[in-house]
Write a protein of this length. Structure first.
Length: 359
């Protein structure tokens, strides 16, 4: 009896498996970050269709291009708006009191990286309003939250970087006083200077201070998530993570960037580490090690983003090295792959070969 039905059972089972594999495959992201379209919207979308690119993470300028949005929608390409949070040179130019400060009292600035203090309520409210405006006007499929952390120029932090040279921010008077108010400590402005208060906090309440700094980031993400979903409930959220494993640089992922990845991963659809190997003097295998490390921390929605072209270095980044990064990024169970950037990939036919096999 069983023998008679066995072939049928096997057929049904394999069909079910194929269907489920197919649907998984269809939802896998193959994305590109794009800041300036190197070609017309029509040609760009046509090339993305050919390469199987199904998701675009774009600047405000591109997202505001109506023709681009229409063509992307018609092709079923999801468009995420890249949304910088605490990197904001324009806001700092208009109001210098917004500057984040390092523990030595200096402005949080390194090269082009300029950070706003994450505890300024007026600035946080303006960011939330801006996100709501963008989502109600442009109706993107997703918001890709960028510069959502404390200040550090991580792009310059290679494998042998001395953790003691990493900055400690934000330590401005607004953050210090916010912490004192939250914890109810008796440290009045009349009795102590900001430097004295900071010294006292770091000496006696370093863990609480650390948690407070993390909360400034985590609550900013939850405020943004709540705001954009109140306008457009199906808005997806992606978060750009600094590519540091839990134990790198003495745990700087938690103590310097203050990105609490396990907490943040519950609030967004994807956590996307910027695995920029060539810039950071890292191997292709490092990409997978980072993905695995994030997953071990409890992040089950990792979406690695890898580097395509040259940045900060002039030595060649070969198609073979890039191909190894593509393989490494997809080695573990991930939600897809994002490429930084389309501008770089568009002009490199050899590197395009590496992603042709993915679709
Ligand atoms: Zn501050």
């Amino acid at each position: 009896m069983m023998n008679r039905f066995l072939p049928i059972l096997i057929f049904v089972f394999s069909t079910l498996c194929l269907c489920s594999c197919d649907s998984t495959h269809q939802t896998e992201i193959l994305g590109v970050k794009c800041y300036e379209l190197p070609d017309s919207p029509e040609n760009t979308i046509a090339r993305w269709n050919n390469l199987g690119i199904n998701t675009a993470y774009v600047s405000e300028d591109i997202a505001e291009n109506l023709e681009f949005r229409k063509l992307a929608k018609a092709s079923g390409i999801d468009v995420y708006l890249i949304f910088p949070v605490f990197y904001n040179p324009e806001a700092l130019k208009a109001d210098s009191s917004l500057w984040a400060r390092t523990s030595d009292g200096e402005r949080a600035k390194a090269d082009w990286v300029e950070f706003v203090c994450p505890s300024r309520k007026d600035y946080r409210a303006s960011v939330v309003e801006h996100a709501k405006d963008m989502v109600s006007t442009l109706k993107p499929d997703g918001l890709s939250i960028d510069f959502i952390r404390h200040f550090v120029f991580w792009e310059m932090v290679g494998p042998n970087f001395d953790p003691n040279r990493l900055p400690d921010a934000c330590c401005c008077s607004n953050c210090i006083d916010g912490f004192i108010t939250e914890t109810g400590m008796a440290l009045s402005n009349e009795m102590y200077s900001s430097e004295e208060k900071l010294w006292f906090i770091q000496e006696n309440h370093s863990q609480q201070w650390q948690k407070y700094k993390e909360r400034l980031i985590t609550t900013m993400v939850s405020d943004l998530a709540q705001a954009v979903k109140s306008i457009k409930p199906d808005t997806k959220l992606n978060l750009h993570a600094v590519p540091w494993r839990a134990d790198d640089y003495n745990g700087a992922s938690r103590t310097v960037t203050c990105q609490n990845l396990p907490e943040l991963s519950k609030m967004v659809d994807y956590i996307s580490p910027m695995c920029y190997t060539h810039m950071l003097y890292r191997s292709a295998e490092w990409v997978d090690s980072l993905v695995v490390d994030f997953q071990k921390q409890g992040v089950d929605n990792v979406l690695p983003c890898i580097q395509v072209g040259l940045s900060y270095r002039s030595e060649e980044f070969t198609p073979e090295a890039f191909d190894a990064c593509v393989t490494s990024a997809r080695k573990s169970q991930v939600n897809g792959l994002v490429l930084w950037s389309w501008e770089m990939l568009a002009k490199d036919l050899k590197k395009q070969k590496s992603i042709e096999g993915i679709k």
